[in-house]
Design a protein around this ligand. Sequence first.
Ligand code: R5P
Length: 299
Amino acid sequence: MSHENTTAVIAMPGDESLAATLAARLGARLSVLEFRRFPDGESYLRLDDSLDGRSAVLVARLDRPDAKIPALLFAADLARDLGAAGVGLVAPYLPYMRQDIRFQPGEALTSASFARWISSHFDWLVTVDPHLHRYDSLDEIYSIPSTVVPAAPALADWIAANVDRPVVIGPDAESAQWVEAVAVQRNLPWQVMRKQRFGDHDVRVTAPDLSGLGGHTPVLVDDIVSSGATLARAAELLTDAGLASPRCAVVHGLFGARSRETLAAAGIERLVCTDSVLVDEGEIELAPLLAAAVANMLE
Ligand code: R5P
């Protein structure tokens, strides 16, 4: 169904190409947001379009969120001021989901605070595999309707097309949901390791019995690569066990400052992720899955 007269897709800075692809897939209008910074660093926004009665769909990759959030909230307010009938958010990576508990007394529960900000500015949310660990669902912290798009089918397709005799391995218990989904999709063997985290860059991973996997190519699957420590420690265990150099298929490639060096030093042959974050490794395209989810939200 064409959304030409009912929907305007608006890109936040840097996400124009993803927004254009989504607009084309939805048959929706693409409204251009002018954005610049004043000399003092504050944001200037202008939308040269009448949104009267249209649903506005803001598209924003929200990695490195602290530099992006004020402009995003301004843009949502602007769309409403200009007469949008509703304002939705497509955020393929949803940040601030990992601080889902006070690990130490007095810590900020940023997952809940961030959810309140987004819920108070948007009418709905479409995202891809948010880090749901201690929360079962986004509904526990988001008060707006949300659709979670699973990336597992796209990861499974990439593995099937690019890896010979894959065995899917999760580096920690939290990854089991993605590992199992990918493996079941393509009827592949799978295993999950255990992890303890002692600091941002300091994790200890232990492996189950890996014997019997000779002849398979290990593919580490996880939702996030950040410091790279989790995948690096897991990869070392695989090569120590005499398996082939591992490949990695990850949903969100956040990549911290030294993570690529860490991953290369661990002997990882190749790492790919989705384009939820704009990185060279982001070769798994999410637009088809996102467009279908947005179309459902707009119905
Ligand atoms: C943890 O809960 C996530 O699933 C990832 O394993 C983790 O965020 C990866 O982080 P890093 O690359 O910093 O080890």
